[in-house]
Design a protein around this ligand. Structure first.
Ligand SMILES: [Zn+2]
Length: 344
């Protein structure tokens, strides 16, 4: 029959709570490939941003929740919003084919409405999401959560991944998803590879709906969409904690750098338990490298004390922290090509 519009399966799904199957690494890879390479004509880039939001948040999954592997909408939506803020407003990338009707995706509409409300004039908004006040970040992330993530993406991606990756329930008002533990393990193990598959398909989509000029350095723009420049809140937390010497070489800190212990290029996330203060020399020499095992023990001991510091960022970031997860992140970084050989 003519005239039937092709629906994106699952977008209106209310819940998915069917018990998970046992998944091997191979099963998970197959599911991701078919979800991202799907031949269904894509109307939006939501699934790529949503998948990145899950990948970037893998080490914020609560392994002690009941049932286990809870990932909150707060974490997912904040990341999802940050990605779109930077792609749409900072880099000026369209998320839909541009035509005479000037049709926009819901996420673009919500971002533009928000900017109008606060008097940010597009296209002069070239500031990153991190420069927004925290209360405004929260406001727009909540809006995007309700109108995009929960409404359009949650069910669709669940269906795309054969209902095997996560459980969710709008009926029971769960405020997040429960990942299949097997999927969690495989996604964390091959994190960089999944990231690359996702970027490649995402770039192909964005190139198809943007001009050549807009598409310049797309890979860099996607990767930089969640990179923070201002790490002052972490610096302050580590000062409050009382760190006065370089974490790596032990020299007194006259100048300091806030350093990702496990490199940002692997974690793609900023959490206080993965930050240390270092001298500029160690910071620049370590750069994108992984330290020797010895320092993993040191940061474990440091975190046992740091978690008691009475600051909001510390309380928030330590909510789902466990040492075993940090150790898993470290060994997964090695599996993803980082050599654990750096020391001052
Ligand atoms: Zn040093």
């Amino acid at each position: 029959m003519n005239g039937i519009k092709q629906k994106v399966a699952g977008w209106n799904l209310q819940e998915s709570i069917k018990p998970f199957s046992k998944l091997t690494d191979e099963d998970v890879i197959k599911i991701v490939n078919s979800a991202l390479l799907s031949n269904v004509k894509r109307a939006t880039s939501y699934k790529f941003a949503f998948f990145k939001s899950i990948l970037d948040n893998l080490f914020n999954v609560d392994l002690n929740s009941m049932p286990e592997c809870f990932l909150s909408f707060d974490s997912i939506s904040m990341r999802f919003t940050e990605i779109y803020w930077n792609l749409v407003l900072k880099f000026g990338l369209s998320q839909m084919p541009q035509n005479q009707y000037e049709k926009k995706t819901v996420v673009e509409t919500k971002l533009f409405d928000f900017c109008k409300k606060y008097g940010f004039n597009f296209p002069d908004i070239n500031f990153p999401f991190e420069s927004l006040k925290p209360s405004l970040q929260l406001e727009i992330a909540k809006t995007i959560q309700k109108t995009v993530v929960e409404k359009n993406v949650l069910g669709a991606f669940c269906s795309d991944t054969n209902f095997e990756f996560y459980h969710f329930s709008k009926a029971k008002k769960w405020n997040g998803i429960y990942l299949n533990h097997d999927a969690f393990v495989t996604l964390a193990k091959y994190k960089s590879d999944f990231e690359k598959i996702n970027y490649f398909e995402w770039i192909k989509y964005l190139e198809s709906v943007n001009t050549e000029e807009q598409s310049y350095q797309l890979a860099k723009k996607l990767d930089a969409s969640t990179e923070r420049q201002n790490l002052n809140q972490y610096r302050n937390a580590l000062f409050t904690f009382g760190q006065t010497t370089c974490f790596y070489c032990g020299k007194p800190l006259s100048e300091n750098a806030v350093d990702h212990f496990i490199p940002w290029s692997f974690t793609k996330d900023d959490k206080v338990w993965n930050f240390v203060l270092s001298c500029p020399s160690c910071n620049s020499k370590k750069s994108n490298r992984l330290t020797t095992q010895h320092f993993l023990q040191s940061i474990n001991l440091r975190n046992q004390k740091l978690c008691n510091v009475d600051l909001p960022v510390v309380k928030e970031d330590f909510k789902t922290y466990t040492y075993s997860k940090l150790a898993l992140m470290y060994s997964n970084a090695i599996f993803n090509g980082f050599t654990p050989d750096w020391q001052p």
